[in-house]
Design a binder for this molecule. Sequence first.
Ligand SMILES: Cc1cc2nc3c(=O)[nH]c(=O)nc-3n(C[C@H](O)[C@H](O)[C@H](O)COP(=O)(O)OP(=O)(O)OC[C@H]3O[C@@H](n4cnc5c(N)ncnc54)[C@H](O)[C@@H]3O)c2cc1C
Length: 640
Amino acid sequence: MPKPKSNKSGDRELGMHAPITRRDFLGSTLLASGALLFDPLTPEELLAQARMDEFTGYGGVGEYSTSNGNTLQVLQAGHKIRDAAYDSLPIVETNETYDCLVVGGGISGIAAALFFQRQAGPRANCLVLENHPIFGGEAKQNEFLVDGKRLIAHQGSAIYQLQEPQSFLAHFYDSIGLKAPRLTYQKWAGPQPEMPLSRTPYDAVGMNYGQYGFWFGAQFGHKPGLWVMDPVRRKLEGAPISAPTRVEWLRFLIGAPVDEKKFVHPKVEGDAVSRYLDSITLEQHFMERFGLSQETVRTFLCPVEGGGSGLGPDALSAYSDYAFEMLRPVADETGAMDQMFPGGNTTVARLLVKSLIPSSIGGPDTVEGVSRNTVNFTALDAPGAPARIRLAATVVAVQHDGDPAKAPTVSIAYEKGGKLYRVRARSAVMAGGSWTSKHVVKDLPESYAQAYAEFYRSPCMMANVAVRNWRFLYNMGLSGCRWFDGAVGNYMEVRKLALIGGVDPTIGPDCPIVLSLKVLYPYPGLSTQEQGIRGRGVLMSTSFQEYERRIRQQFTDMFGTYGFDAQRDIAGLILNRWGHAYLSPQPGFFFGKDGKPAPREILRKAPFGRIAFANTDLAGAMDHRFSILEAQRAVNQLLA
Ligand SMILES: Cc1cc2nc3c(=O)[nH]c(=O)nc-3n(C[C@H](O)[C@H](O)[C@H](O)COP(=O)(O)OP(=O)(O)OC[C@H]3O[C@@H](n4cnc5c(N)ncnc54)[C@H](O)[C@@H]3O)c2cc1C
């Protein structure tokens, strides 16, 4: 089988021609080409097709293999909406009318359909239109087959927290089958001394055990770079930084504010502290609280501190760092709050779908049931069923049939398989996110449109790298590390997985694992909006092959002298590209600015006619719990 040729020097040593990513990538391109069955492509055509989709790249195996992040197809459909390219297409009448139509099959959209079904009663019907080949939105997973083992990793949404047992969220989790939210994780195996491991990509437990490293790349004057091991406990000894930078950065790393008494945590959303925090940037807040210089924030804290909102601290409201706390998670017996399924919140999305359409996934409505059993795609959109999910359907227009104050229905146009269709609904929930909703609702009033214009979403790419073993890290005494040189991503972590869905009960340095690199695109100093636009340009114009090369080179630079061999050890790579991954709230986003209401409040306050708005971005905090809460509010508003 032909492979894309690469003539860059060093590619062979980096493993750019190694089988799994290249071969499987071409293999999946081949399979994805349905026409091939009837009209075989020449090798040249095949190569051209493969190159064309150098954006999407290899998608792994299993149910999510054609839906890694936003694929080229999804991206192109999205841009056609923006450019009104569908407006002139003829439309096919489906003659379908629903009580509720939900745009977007992420956690918020599916939760909205479920709330609607539960509250409106068994006679009401509902349709979810989702533009990807599988539901879940940012809560999807990647699957690899490495040396006969199935490896799973999250594409986006990763962790969830335990909630107070009597809280609404705890009851809701329970109602969808998430009945024992505390998970059990892999145990250590093998003759080597045990290394404590994180449960999530964000724990960095190695920091507490001297198992963590900071890598200072070539821009710090050492080629290819320099390792500083156990950086916090050894007080950044050997780091190529100035003495004052060391002092202030350490203050931040150990969490020792200049004057702790000066800072009070916000207690409830909207109190005086939270409003003050929303009036400044997170960068200003870190500078005030930890006595940091702007340069230290931009060089060493950006973008990781702020990564939950997709950009560095300079671009974000300081309240964005605290908004998540307002949902009051509780710790488990180990003191940890964060839990994670092997594929992240994919499991939450699957539980929601199973609750909405019981025959959609085989087996019982439990975590284990939805993890082990496959999706029955036909059952998702069964004619006459009270709830339906239609996949690969991009909604391009939503509009009231007449005066929004009186219209009995809303018309929804969607594209599927190159054709445009129309359905009608007595109510609609826009759960797809601000970046499409603002284009899709054709009769959106000016006040809502202006509010949406202040929602800035930033790109992110989750690069999942399957390695045959992580002995190179173990040899270095590392369970996680962070790097500071503009390379791909900023950190990674060896994770012990929750024992769900047939995951191996043990882990050791010779086990294959997936290392997840979360790649953000910050440009400190530019406005929040400009940073998003520029980052999207880079995300969209960098090919799979180029990212693959950079990642292989980076791993070789960092770990090559510790036994890592890119050609031998990298077993697969999946890129999950999200052009509009994160809502990045600028100062004033949460509580308003200059006496004007907060943009999110305008969209949340009341539906527009028969259309209500959901999605996690309305909370200003990217978290699946907010996706659920915003869905509940939107449905309550419609039913009221
Ligand atoms: C990299 C990353 C890491 C994250 N980590 C976490 C985490 O650890 N824990 C956590 O709780 N949250 C995390 N999140 C936040 C995540 O956004 C939420 O958890 C949740 O998955 C969002 O669900 P949603 O339904 O609100 O939005 P989405 O998941 O974005 O769902 C919206 C869906 O609607 C589709 N859509 C949009 N427009 C249209 C249209 N016109 N027609 C049809 N379909 C459309 C979209 O393609 C998408 O599939 C993370 C997000 C990212 C990007």
